[in-house]
Write a protein that binds this ligand. Structure first.
Ligand SMILES: NC(=O)c1ccc[n+]([C@@H]2O[C@H](COP(=O)([O-])OP(=O)(O)OC[C@H]3O[C@@H](n4cnc5c(N)ncnc54)[C@H](O)[C@@H]3O)[C@@H](O)[C@H]2O)c1
Length: 259
């Protein structure tokens, strides 16, 4: 199967890496983003034979609908959709404004809802099976300080994915969410100080941030037929972060005594 995939937030970071992986495997992509400059750079990097780019803000449902339909026309079908568009936001609850909370939810949750809904509609109209992949986060699974809006949006993406998996199964459409720990992208550079990075690293067993290409490998697998029985999942790409408890390296050996 040739992958024909629309990617929101496809002009940077994780979305861009997923595009590169799908193209390297012979697929076609339609990159949607609000950043014209990044879209131009992506088009220059990938050429125009198998790549379409279009400006679209995921908060604009009508624009998203038109862009996804145009992408499906360009690619000759739609087998996949990746909802990667998102913003970072790290502010304590007592210091944040309701308008900020609503902006993060509008982009990081409602934007994913609009993306999945419009993509599934096009797949159903075309009578094709498909796979939807959304970018959630480890912060949608556990509470992360200063991320009420971001975490609530990502937790919402996980539940939205589960519901989409149920409702779209009869149409042959799967839906899964990825839950990365910090990944080296421009989004991270924008919100994390050196001290903050050190705090994260102290909680990640693999003691490093992930790379966008490592997330792209999982996305590509989920978009393809080899993942044919996988749907409704929220899967960590996190260097072990979600599996951790006590992490001290200098263990105090205790044979048989209760902790
Ligand atoms: N980088 C990480 O550490 C990390 C970890 C967990 C989850 N995520 C999630 O992965 C996704 C991608 O993040 P990234 O690190 O690649 O970020 P990034 O900033 O590199 O890329 C995000 C892209 O989304 C686009 N975008 C932002 N708002 C938009 C809007 N309203 N409409 C359309 N496009 C919009 C930006 O222009 C950008 O090109 C996000 O949803 C993010 O929350 C990232």
């Amino acid at each position: 199967m040739i992958s024909k995939t629309v990617i929101t937030g496809g002009a940077s970071g994780i979305g861009l890496a997923i595009a590169a992986k799908l193209l390297a495997d012979g697929g076609k992509v339609c990159l949607l983003d609000q950043s014209d400059a990044n879209l131009v750079a992506a088009q220059e990097r990938f050429g125009s034979e198998r790549v379409m780019t279009a400006t679209a803000d995921v908060r604009d449902d009508a624009a998203l609908n038109l862009a996804i339909r145009a992408g499906a026309e360009f690619m000759g079908g739609l087998t996949g959709c990746v909802a990667s568009a998102g913003i970072g936001y790290r502010v304590p609850i007592l210091e944040s404004e309701t308008s900020d909370f609503e902006r993060v939810i509008a982009i990081n949750l409602t934007g994913v809802y609009s993306t999945l809904r419009n993509a599934a509609q096009v797949m159903i109209e075309r009578g094709t099976r498909g796979s939807l992949v959304s970018l959630a986060s480890v912060c949608g699974v556990r509470g992360c300080a200063d991320r009420a809006a971001y975490g609530a949006a990502k937790a919402g993406v996980i539940n939205l994915t589960q519901v989409a998996a149920i409702e779209f199964a009869k149409h042959g459409i799967r839906a899964n969410a990825l839950c990365p720990a910090p990944i080296n992208t421009p989004l991270i550079d924008g919100v994390q100080s050196a001290q903050h990075k050190a705090e994260w690293l102290s909680t990640i067993p693999m003691d490093r941030y992930g790379e966008p290409a490592e997330v792209a490998e999982l996305a590509s697998f989920l978009l393809g037929d080899k993942a044919s029985y996988i749907t409704g999942q929220a899967i960590g790409v996190d260097g072990g972060w979600m599996g951790t408890g006590l992490q001290t390296a200098d263990t105090h050996i205790s044979r048989g005594a209760a902790e």
